[in-house]
Design a binder for this molecule. Structure first.
Ligand code: SF4
Length: 396
């Protein structure tokens, strides 16, 4: 199978299901996109055109700039065929918030920069960067806009294929900047999450490109079948996919495909699962108490060729004053970390220090916690919260 160049999307498709690659590149099927994908495209276009306009003006936005950005969004959204009116007001708010935050002092190196390059290993890569900012003489920042409702965690971004692609492409496009900061700007919720790639991570990504490129080129379309996976419900090609169609039409299928349920059924299902989960967790706590008592008495729990085994994790701590004695001063920064609660207590009465610390604070986001809540003016519904998983307990 012939693909002209590898994009981050092609790699993700390939790793998820090879049939997607066949649909996308070989049969040139039209992807069937939902309103979530369409609002993303429309917001991207509006932000791109607004940023280009402001790059020429180099000033804070005035009312005509707001109007320009919103018009760009509306035009792009109607062109995309966005159907849900709520999405239009959502998009207008996202674009307005973006204009509110616009910083004319940004040193823009590129806006919507499309690239087509060949890696040092001879692999053609392609993509587009939303914005590239020159931070200083050594550093650039590559920004990608996201319209997701939750920010990714820095841990998740470490393995993000799109950011690795930007890092590699930027290292070839602008080699004069040895430092490349990779930023996802979650414009819907006004949150930024940053990431970096080390030389080892870049080499690993180049190896991944080589492997994927070889396998795609060796792919024989007639041998490929769909690989059902948890993201099938969101696949742009599911309407063409034989495996997906067989799966959802199976009369024995106990679960309705999640992508096709209404919001009301989704919430009902959510609460049902949350309730069952807390009942099961309470039951598991009781089982653990009994197991603990038996183990403390030296008894085992054995049956049907199986037994309950227990492991205990240890945690090692060091006294900071003793560590400081042992490590050379110049290496201390690489092994010590700042304790936020203690720092807050220390700076509590020193406003100047508090402000200076606020300026250098780095904010990151954990996994979101979801909660069903009552919508104003509707019938009261009991709140059901999705508790963050206690790894300690779930591993037991
Ligand atoms: S629906 Fe699932 S199996 Fe079918 S092409 Fe898409 S990802 Fe592959």
């Amino acid at each position: 199978m012939k693909v002209k160049a590898l994009s981050a999307t092609a790699i993700k498709d390939f790793l998820q299901c090879r049939m997607k690659i066949v649909f996308r590149y070989d049969r040139e099927k039209d992807s069937i996109r939902n309103d979530h994908a369409k609002i993303g495209t429309a917001v991207h276009k509006a932000l791109e055109q607004f940023t280009l306009r402001m790059a020429n003006k180099k000033s804070f936005p005035d009312p005509s700039d707001y109007e320009f950005a919103i018009t760009c969004f509306m035009n792009a959204a109607t062109e995309e065929g966005l159907e849900n009116l709520d999405f239009y007001s959502d998009g207008r708010r996202i674009v307005t918030d973006f204009v509110d935050k616009y910083n004319p002092s940004e040193d823009l190196l590129a806006v919507e920069h499309k690239f087509r390059l060949e890696t040092p290993d001879g692999i053609p890569i392609t993509g587009s960067m939303d914005k590239v900012i020159r931070v200083n003489s050594d550093t650039i920042m590559i920004v990608d806009y996201k319209t997701a409702r939750n920010a990714a965690t820095p841990f998740e971004l470490q393995g993000d294929i799109q950011l690795s692609m930007y890092d590699l492409a930027a290292s070839m496009l602008w080699p004069q900047y040895p430092n490349r900061l990779l930023r996802l700007d979650f414009v819907r919720i006004a949150k930024n999450v940053n990431s970096l790639r080390s030389p080892d991570q870049r080499l690993l990504f180049r190896d991944l490109l080589k492997s994927v490129w070889k396998q795609i080129n060796e792919l024989d379309e007639s041998d490929v079948t769909g690989r059902l996976n948890s993201l099938c419900g969101y696949c742009d090609y599911k309407s063409y996919c034989r495996e997906y169609s067989k799966f959802v039409q199976n009369p024995d299928l106990p679960l309705q495909p999640l992508s096709e349920i209404s919001d009301a059924t989704f919430l009902e299902h959510w609460e049902e699962i949350a309730n069952k989960k807390s009942i099961l967790e309470a039951r598991q706590r009781e089982l653990k108490m009994i197991a603990h008592e038996k183990f403390m008495r030296g008894e085992a729990i054995i049956g049907n060729g199986k037994e309950l085994a227990s492991t205990q994790q240890s945690r090692t701590n060091y006294d900071i004053e003793q560590v400081v004695e042992l490590i050379p001063k110049e290496d201390l920064l690489s092994v010590l970390s700042v304790n936020k609660s203690r720092l807050d207590r220390y700076s509590k009465d020193d406003l100047g220090l508090k402000n200076r610390l606020a300026n250098i604070a780095q904010i990151s986001y954990n996994q979101p916690v979801y909660k069903v809540r009552v919508v104003k003016g509707s019938l009261p519904v009991e709140e059901v919260e999705d508790e963050p998983t206690n790894e300690d307990e779930s591993a037991a």
